[in-house]
Design a protein around this ligand. Structure first.
Ligand code: ATP
Ligand code: MG
Length: 381
């Protein structure tokens, strides 16, 4: 009998067998990667409908497993490899007093795969016979789950909700624009949750300001690396472009210009990284650059899809999620934001695309973008 964690896949089951196989392989890969990082002794059993992680250090393994995407639930479990009904019912008979107090009720919940010959009724009766406690199927104090499968039998008591989503890496690649603020890391987390591998891009204004925003992004990356095995970060200097915009254009359109140029640069990096979309932390109406008319103007700058996983979320909801994934405390550290530094007090909530395009021509932004791309720094985690 082995101790460990039983893992159930979530949505993977909605997929065709071929896709399922790929998804399971990726989940297996991610699990082994993160488990190796914890320095635990473990062995992973990959089965048709379940994965079992055999380990003595279940608490430590769970801390990590609960963050892995593609898992709908998990349970601390015992695994009777190639086990039998007899073995399991004997074990239950010997140990049930440790699980169910004298005055407590219980219910047995059975899941049985088709290869198991005995009837479900017989299995339940035989195991329950050894438990001298009252049965209550509707509202039991304790539930005992038994899964009888070809590979072996599982016994567990409590299912815990997994991180959900799809295994990181099955959904292609996305370039996430990370500012160092609260919203963008949450957006990147949500993209990873749907299986996309994130590459990060951060625009900084060094040497006009300190490297604080870069340090924040690195700190955020440490947290993010608990969800995604590896992360590549592009650090792009934005101060020259900002200075140019500020000296040559009208204040009320500057934010839109910054955003459009950011997207244009992002697009060329996305292409280089084979990312099929860009993701941002924008939420509808949160600030003047995030109104529908301005989103349209910003997005017209590029042909690649711009995904905004937070678009329908309130600030409060975003903060709650940021706290849950532990990015919040890092995000709220002070930083001279490359955009706030140059943002005029009253930006327009409804820009004019024609005027903006005219200004861009005047700026010769193609050249500025080209120059900027030469000064990129890359970090590989
Ligand atoms: P955040 O909390 O992510 O900073 P925000 O609410 O402050 O977002 P804006 O400053 O308008 O919103 O930025 C909108 C989005 O544009 C950000 O969520 C991020 O995806 C992207 N962005 C803004 N500034 C930068 C930057 N310096 N580097 C990379 N991306 C940025
Ligand atoms: Mg911001």
């Amino acid at each position: 009998m082995k101790k460990g964690i039983l893992i159930a896949f979530g949505e993977i089951f909605l997929k065709s067998p071929g896709v399922q196989k790929l998804f399971k392989q990726r989940l297996f890969f991610n699990l082994s990667f993160f488990l190796k990082k914890t320095n635990l002794d473990f062995k992973i059993y990959s089965q048709r409908e379940r994965i079992f992680v055999a380990t003595e250090k279940t608490k430590r393994a769970i801390k990590m497993i609960k963050k892995i995407f593609g898992i709908s639930w998990f349970a601390e479990s015992l695994f009777f490899e190639k086990g039998s009904l007899e073995e399991v019912s004997d074990f239950v008979k010997k140990n049930y007093k440790d699980w169910i107090k004298e005055d407590e009720t219980f219910a047995l919940r059975l899941k049985k795969s088709s290869e198991i010959k005995q009837s479900g009724q017989k299995i339940i009766e035989e195991i329950a016979e050894g438990i001298k406690r009252k049965v209550n199927l509707e509202k039991p104090k304790r539930e005992i789950f038994v899964e009888a499968r070809k590979e072996g039998w599982y016994l567990y008591f409590k299912k815990k909700k997994g991180a959900g989503g799809l295994p990181v890496g099955v959904g292609g690649k996305v370039l996430a624009l990370i500012s160092g603020g609260i919203d963008s890391p949450v957006a990147s987390y949500l993209m990873a949750k749907r299986g996309a591998e994130n590459v990060w891009l951060h625009f900084h204004s060094f040497p006009l300001v300190s490297r604080a925003s870069i340090e924040k992004v690195k700190e955020l990356a440490k947290i993010f690396l608990e969800y995604q095995p590896h992360l590549k970060i592009y650090l792009v200097p934005f101060s020259k472009i900002q200075t140019e915009i500020r000296t040559k254009t009208l204040p009320k359109y500057r934010v839109l210009l910054y955003r459009r140029i950011m997207l244009k640069i992002a697009k060329s990096i996305a292409k280089r990284e084979k990312c099929s979309a860009i993701a941002t932390g924008e939420s509808l109406g949160q600030v003047s650059s995030q109104t529908l008319p301005n989103i349209q103007i910003i997005e017209k700058a590029v042909s690649i899809p711009v995904l905004r996983p937070l678009i329908g979320m309130d600030k409060e909801e975003i903060i709650k999620l940021a706290k849950k994934i532990k990015t919040y405390q890092i995000s709220i550290k002070p930083q001279e934001d490359c955009c706030t530094l140059f943002t005029p007090k009253h930006a327009t909530a409804k820009g004019n695309l024609k005027e903006i395009e005219k200004m861009e021509k005047k700026l010769n932004i193609q050249k500025s973008i080209k120059d900027t791309l030469k000064e990129i720094e890359i970090i590989n985690y």
